[in-house]
Design a binder for this molecule. Structure first.
Ligand SMILES: NC(=O)c1ccc[n+]([C@@H]2O[C@H](COP(=O)([O-])OP(=O)(O)OC[C@H]3O[C@@H](n4cnc5c(N)ncnc54)[C@H](O)[C@@H]3O)[C@@H](O)[C@H]2O)c1
Length: 350
């Protein structure tokens, strides 16, 4: 199913979402804005949540779903819709709820972070975490509608643009062409730059998803560019997903050069693009440690990653050039060796 996109300056009217709507929203939004607080009161059924990985924890799910079932006990299964308002964690959680509540009800997303607006609200993946391992269970459940509300997205703290930038850069490298050319000319990524490229970025993601909606042919794996090592940084360094993806992208580009999948001249050209200065600051040199205990931890994180195929191997996304990505099966040890190589190189350069 193709989700319809609605770009709007302001919040839509409750009746434009549906007759019976359960809003699952990040409670921080009501704390930060009186306007939001007032608007959310126009929905009779609501469930505020605290965003983050704990919300996606399978251990906490029974308590949440029991409360949600109670709130919706008088709602019609035919008419009920879940409206998910928040970042990626709220979208993953609320999408999963919508896919099982009353055996599946309508789903509408209203992302409140750049990461969710560019990436996680699109493509229909929902997910919960099991133990420390991310996204171990979930469903494919595309939203029928996705509202991109400028007022909501621009109200984020400026620092959040760095988090959204990782997914924007990722999709522009996968797509290449005009999206890459235009994005690469920006020296700094502000809310306005993100808003300007939002539609093109979503269309680029949807193009990949439409070729492989349920990740069966392997094409959708392209969207994991930067994520294999990014997830290791995220879990080990306790840094936001979007920041970790920036570092994961930089790792993938350097490894593509080292493996000669990308030529030196393409690498130099990409790295000299204005936007790459933004990618590389702040540095990730404190993130990779080559101590034996850390390497052991990285290994177990890589093996618990959902992109693991057979024992000790992982499908890794390399870049030949913008618009040309290559999927290769690599050993977990190869990734660890490359992490050590890049850490040593940074020590020398630094
Ligand atoms: N389903 C998918 O396809 C997909 C793709 C990429 C990432 N993800 C998931 O998305 C999650 C990361 O996304 P995220 O960074 O948006 O996560 P998040 O929902 O945890 O939000 C990050 C932080 O921003 C705060 N926040 C949200 N909106 C805000 C606003 N407007 N103003 C101020 N603060 C705001 C939240 O309270 C939270 O503290 C991860 O769980 C990741 O696994 C899913």
């Amino acid at each position: 199913m193709k989700s319809s996109l609605v770009f709007a300056h302001n919040f839509p009217k409750a009746k434009d979402i549906g007759d019976e709507v359960l809003v699952i929203y990040d409670q921080i939004l009501a704390k930060r804005s009186k306007d939001f607080q007032k608007w959310i009161q126009s929905f009779p059924l609501s469930y505020p949540v605290s965003a983050g990985e704990e919300l996606k924890s399978v251990a906490a799910f029974p308590k949440h779903i029991s409360s949600i079932v109670k709130i919706c006990e008088n709602a019609s299964s035919r008419k009920l819709k879940v409206l998910a308002i928040g970042g990626g964690s709220v979208g993953d959680f609320a999408g999963f709820v919508a896919s099982i509540l009353k055996r599946g009800v309508g789903l509408v997303h209203m992302p409140s972070t750049w990461l969710a607006a560019i990436d996680s609200a699109h493509g229909g993946k929902t997910a919960l975490n099991v133990g420390g391992a991310k996204n171990q269970i979930g469903t494919f459940y595309p939203a029928e509608k996705i509202f991109l509300v400028k007022k909501l997205l621009l109200a984020q703290p400026a620092v959040r643009s760095f988090e959204g930038f990782g997914e924007l850069l990722k999709i522009s490298i996968i797509q290449g062409g005009v999206l890459w050319k235009q994005l690469s000319q920006n020296r700094e990524i502000t809310h306005d730059v993100l808003w300007k490229h939002l539609k093109a970025a979503i269309e680029a993601k949807n193009r990949v998803v439409q070729k492989d909606p349920e990740e069966k042919s392997g094409h959708r794996h392209l969207l994991n560019l930067g994520h294999t090592v990014g997830h290791v940084f995220e879990a080990d360094g306790q840094i936001p997903h979007g920041v970790a993806i920036n570092y994961g992208l930089s790792f993938a580009l350097q490894w593509s050069l080292e493996k000669k999948i990308m030529s030196q001249s393409v690498y130099n050209k990409m790295m000299s693009a204005a936007v790459m200065g933004y990618l590389l600051s702040p540095h990730r040199d404190q993130l990779i440690s080559t101590s034996p205990s850390k390497i052991k931890k990285y290994r177990s994180l890589l093996l618990s990653d959902k992109k693991k195929t057979q024992t000790e191997t992982v499908r890794f996304i390399f870049v030949k050039a913008p618009g040309q990505c290559v999927i290769q099966e690599v050993g977990v040890d190869d990734i660890l060796n490359e992490m050590c190589r890049q850490a040593e190189e940074e020590d020398i350069d630094g």
